[in-house]
Design a binder for this molecule. Structure first.
Ligand code: FAD
Ligand code: FES
Length: 414
């Protein structure tokens, strides 16, 4: 992306190419931006990351001695394994940021006999070094490249944490991805303290993708809180598709984003259009992340501190009732949504009542992200009750991580 955030031609071509492979990659922070009081954006250089699309996510290792890896050439799957076979000890000073290396333990091959692990809260709390090349692979991620040697004196995120891809570009042949985070716990706190040059391991791209609107279609992108990042990537993908089709019956996209208050809005406000008032639901080009792709946005804050005063779902309804009223418009529209479940359920109702298709990216808590642990089950309607699993039942479970995170609103039973 250029300085304006607009995609160049070669960058766009690579951004959302189809493909389904995934792997573990070294991701080096190249930019860090504070978006608001609680959200931050990290741009990572991830050499070799397979093609991805909007809706997909990365499982990010949120622990480890990242600062010790500063300056290490990011080189794909093995680059973090440069110290493979060594054990390390760390002192983690939570106020100082990512774990700092305090010294080196003995070579790997031993597991701390009395190392305690309390899996109940998803955190690793190990009292002493766990060494060896035993690997949790894609799960914990601490064993990347065969290296395991962490000593968690404080709480650390033992499992990887899922984050939606918020944008992607290719610069000098290297993939760059944006992640937007909100600090809510130990893993996101670790991420929030990464600085330029720090390196973490990412697993992905994981999950399925939003299906883009057809020619002449209308995409209504409704995001709340940490559901906003996949909407930015979706705006990028729609812009790219329009560019590839050279203006033939282009799709339109309009973003709807909500926050409790303006200080918690994970987006960049610009002066490119007048500031909206508390009853304005007309889309404007004054949100940098969407404007970069020619997408206007309607912003809502619950307290009216910026834009529409109230819920984003109310602004969406007002917009639909003013502008997407006839059958033809409703049929070519798709509502995409990601955010808190109550918001998404309401969006689904709004779409269903008007006969508009709805695609929902659920953000169920995930442990593995790869279909192994079964922690992310979600109930969906079965297309054919006579067929397995559970013949005779009209519903079944699906996994949010591999069957989703994107589901059709009509199918979800929550
Ligand atoms: C597919 C997917 C995409 C996501 N994309 C983003 C993103 O782009 N940006 C972002 O900031 N976050 C995103 N999340 C949520 C993010 O993964 C969690 O906030 C993160 O795992 C919390 O880790 P932690 O160690 O900081 O918090 P923890 O200490 O593990 O938990 C802190 C609190 O958050 C709650 N929590 C944890 N995960 C979730 C969840 N998935 N839903 C609701 N509550 C949860 C816990 O119950 C606990 O109360 C996404 C989640 C999924 C499943
Ligand atoms: S997160 Fe493990 S199966 Fe979905």
């Amino acid at each position: 992306m250029g300085e304006t955030g607009r995609l160049g031609k070669s960058e766009m071509a690579m951004a959302t190419t189809a493909g389904s492979s995934r792997g573990i990659y070294a991701a080096r922070v190249v930019e860090r931006v504070e978006l608001c009081r609680e959200h931050f954006r990290l741009r990572f250089a991830v050499p070799g990351l397979p093609a991805s699309g909007p809706g997909q996510f990365l499982q990010v290792q949120c622990n480890g001695d990242v600062t010790a890896r500063r300056g290490v050439q990011a080189g794909g799957e093995d680059s973090l394994g440069s110290d493979a076979g060594e054990g390390h000890e760390f002192d983690w000073d939570p106020s100082a940021g990512p774990m700092r290396r305090a010294g080196r333990a003995e070579a790997s091959g031993r597991a701390g006999a009395s190392g305690r692990l309390d899996p109940s809260d998803g955190l690793g709390r190990l009292g002493q070094t766990v060494g060896g090349s035993g690997s949790l692979g894609g799960l914990g991620g601490v064993g990347l490249g065969g290296s395991m040697g962490l000593d968690f004196d404080g709480p650390a995120a033992f499992l990887r944490r899922p984050f939606s891809i918020a944008g992607r570009m290719e610069l000098d042949g290297v993939s760059h991805v944006d992640l937007i985070g909100r600090e809510v716990g130990v893993g996101t706190r670790f991420l929030s303290r990464l600085g330029v040059g720090d390196e973490v391991s990412v697993l992905g791209p994981l999950g399925n993708r939003f299906r883009l609107p057809g020619a002449n279609g209308i995409g209504l992108l409704v995001g709340g809180g940490v559901g906003i990042p996949p909407m930015i990537y979706l705006a990028q993908a729609i812009a790219e598709l329009n560019r590839l089709e050279a203006g033939e019956r282009p799709r339109r996209a309009i973003a709807f984003s909500g926050a409790l208050t303006v200080d918690l809005l994970a987006l960049t406000r610009t002066g490119n259009a007048p500031r909206p008032g508390p009853t304005d639901f007309d889309p404007r080009y004054n949100i940098g992340e969407f404007d970069a792709f020619g997408v206007p946005a309607v912003i809502s804050t619950d307290d009216g501190s910026w834009g529409w005063k109230g819920f984003v779902t109310e602004a969406l309804e007002r917009y639909l009732d003013a502008w997407i009223t006839d059958q033809a418009d409703r049929q070519r529209a798709i509502i995409y949504t990601c955010g808190p479940e109550p918001m998404m359920k309401r969006v689904q109702e709004i779409a269903a009542r008007r006969g508009i298709a709805c695609q929902i990216a659920v953000e169920r808590a995930m442990a593995c992200g790869m279909g192994t642990c079964q922690s992310c089950c979600i109930r969906v309607k079965k297309p054919d009750p006579a067929r397995p699993p559970m013949p005779g039942e009209s519903w079944c479970y699906r996994l949010a991580c591999t069957d989703g995170p994107v589901f059709s609103g009509d199918d979800l039973l929550w």
